[in-house]
Design a protein around this ligand. Sequence first.
Ligand code: SF4
Length: 198
Amino acid sequence: MPPLTLLTPPLTLLTPPLTLQPPLTRRGSGKVSSEKPNAAAFWQTKSLPDMTPQEWESLCDGCGKCCLHKLLDERDDLPEDAPMQLGEDLHYTHVACKLLNTEQGGCRHYPIRHRFVPGCVQLTADDLDSIHYMPPSCAYRRLHEGRGLPSWHPLLHDGSRAAMEAAGMAVTGYPVTSDERDEPSEATIVTWPLHDCD
Ligand code: SF4
């Protein structure tokens, strides 16, 4: 494997690590309260940019994969802080942001996370062109790529994380360490964050 550099992504997306919304199960109802039985869900009828802030936030499954540090292969022809380019390999590590709750998923201090991790940026519709470096199972990436929500997504289970965890889609099912204890390095690279199913 060629030399690796710690990913310092574009300002518009993550400065590692990226922490997004807290887990769905800890946010309000955990389900789309206005949906009628059999009515098409908002994620089936609306594009991502057209969603309300509440709908947008509810898409986050709280998997925590975006809170893992990532590495890019060293690039000779780009500035060190250049955003990830399409076609570049992104390597996930098992080293997470110190704020990640590794037992329940999600950020332990989401509303005030910038006090502790100033570079943490919230994903918005303006970032969709860069979504290829979110994990393949991320709901925002899946919808942007026209793949829909997976059957295990908490929105389809009344906010429960159980199906997601059973499918191995959350960091809570894996050994994860904190960046307060470990440095992201080639030795910490893992492939499980790249798994997706359904
Ligand atoms: S990877 Fe996507 S779905 Fe998972 S926690 Fe991050 S933003 Fe939410």
